[in-house]
Structure formats: C-alpha cells, structure tokens
Design a protein around this ligand. Structure first.
Ligand code: SAM
Length: 266
C-alpha cells in the first residue's frame, strides 16, 4: 500500500490518498482511473511532472489569482485528484466537486466536504443550484467537439454559472500542423481569423463562443504549447492572453508530491 501526499503551493492545502494498485503495469487502451494514469505518468516521466502537469496547475493558479475576490460558490465538474478543487476553493462549505470515476469520487470525499461531492456523469448533470464559478478541466476538448460530444456538457456549465466559467481547451495542440489546421478551425467555427497565429486563433475563439453563448465573454487565456485555459465572464472585457514558460516550473513547481510505501504492519 502506498500513501501519496500532494501539496499545493501558496497555502492551497494538501491532498492525501492511499492506493495499492500496481500502476507500473498500466494497461494502455483500457479504461483506467485518472488516478492510475496520473501515478503512472508521474513515476515514469520527469518531463510530465515539470512539464505538462505543473504547467496546467500554474495556468489555473494564474486564472484564480485574477478572480480571487469575485466568487465564493464554486463547482468543479471534473474533480479528478482535486488539485483544481484546492486551487479555486474559497471555503469548504461552498466548494462542490463531481467525478464519474469511483476512485476519484472516494479521494474527493476524503479531501473535501463529503456532503458536496457527487459521482455523476457531468454531461447530463442535474444542477440543483447555480454557482458563481463552474470549472471543467477537460482532457480533450477541441473546437471539433464543442458543438457535438461536449454540447450538453458545456450548455450545463454556461447555464448554471452566475459569474465565471473556466475550461481547458486543447485545439492549440493541433495548430502545430500549420495552415491547414488554421483553415480547418476557421471552417468549424465559422469565423475568419485576423492572422494565422495562436493569438489570431484565440481572438477568433472569443467570437465563436460569443455566438454560442451570447451572454458570456471570453476575457482571459492562459496557455502553453499543449493546452489553453479559458476564463469566461458575464461582464465583457478586452481579451488578455498569457503564454507560460516551462522554465518557471523548474524554478518553482506549483505542486509537490510525496510517496511513502506503507508496510503491511503499519
Ligand atoms: C483531467 S482530469 C481532471 C483533473 C482535475 N482538474 C484535478 O485537479 O485533478 C478529468 C477528470 O474527469 C473525469 N471525467 C471524465 N468524464 C467524465 C464525465 N462524463 N463526468 C464526470 N467526470 C468525468 C475523469 O474521471 C477525470 O478524473
């Protein structure tokens, strides 16, 4: 049995969990819990921890810092390990998390207010209340899926958030394929970009989401090479965009993880 302790920097708290799963033999292709996938990548790849994982959390820290005094009730619809839950939590009573995976659900129950944790499919989530902020850290949301696979999911988020929506968007990963990808996204969005650059893509994204959810405005984006983190607000503002650098992560990772092997006799 192993005990894991995730410490979120800037006094955001800890997440503790135990597992006896053998993640070394993770069977790719099968449906595995996000916990298993995370442990496997974390153990086997230095670049995962200091690269993708830390970058993601760093982007979320920056977004939280922008809105920190402007919300209280917060719903994380893809709770996972609870890292975004801890980063955005203002207080325990007004923090809600959901995850469809049973292992993630149990981890969340043990690290947050158990009364506020649910184990449902977020694409058809039966919202009982509205929340100031609704967040989803998607694995694979791109423009190609926005109005198909993720339509009801996104509708639920935008219809039940009072002030802010935060989502992970991975289309920029595909922009590395060049002109054809830009043209493809222009076609899918029905918006012509002012230039074929990442910033041009983001400005078009603002117009695209404005068509889908006219009451909402894309106001800020944090991004690195693989993903972008979008902040939508009810109140319009000029779009600001921040590119994050991996060297910052190596100097000061936003999270640390300890792993203790527990003996059978503990
Ligand atoms: C990228 S992880 C979220 C990580 C999280 N932000 C964190 O800080 O640990 C995505 C999570 O979504 C969950 N998930 C995937 N599809 C879901 C669905 N339809 N409804 C609810 N949860 C789902 C997965 O179990 C996984 O834990």
């Amino acid at each position: 049995m192993n005990e894991y302790n995730i410490t979120l920097k800037k006094n955001k708290g800890n997440i503790k969990f135990f597992t006896d799963k053998s993640v070394q033999s993770l069977a790719w292709g099968n449906l595995v819990s996000y916990i298993d996938e995370f442990l496997y990548k974390n153990r086997n790849s230095y670049s995962f921890f200091y690269g993708e994982f830390s970058m993601r959390l760093h982007c979320f820290y920056n977004i939280q810092n922008k809105i920190k005094d402007q919300y209280k009730t917060f719903m994380d619809m893809l709770g996972g390990l609870g890292c975004t839950g801890k980063i955005f939590q203002v207080n325990q009573e007004q923090t809600y998390l959901n995850d469809l995976d049973k292992d993630c659900y149990e981890l969340l129950i043990n690290n947050f207010n158990p009364d506020n944790i649910t184990n449902k499919d977020s694409s058809s989530y039966d919202f009982k209340d509205e929340y100031d902020l609704v967040l989803s850290d998607f694995n694979n949301l791109t423009i190609a899926r926005t109005e198909s696979d993720y339509k009801t999911f996104l509708d639920g988020m935008f219809n039940n958030a009072k002030k802010f929506v935060v989502i992970t968007e991975c289309s920029i990963f595909h922009l590395k394929y060049g002109r054809k990808s830009y043209e493809n996204y222009e076609r899918l969005m029905g918006v012509v970009m002012d230039e074929h650059t990442k910033k041009g893509f983001f400005r078009a994204l603002k117009k695209y989401y404005q068509k889908l959810y006219p009451e909402w405005h894309l106001v800020h984006i944090e991004y690195f090479h693989a993903s972008a983190y979008l902040l939508f607000a009810k109140k319009n503002a000029k779009l600001t965009i921040n590119l994050n650098d991996r060297n910052d992560m190596i100097a000061e990772p936003p999270v640390s993880i300890s792993e203790n092997q527990l003996s059978l006799y503990d």
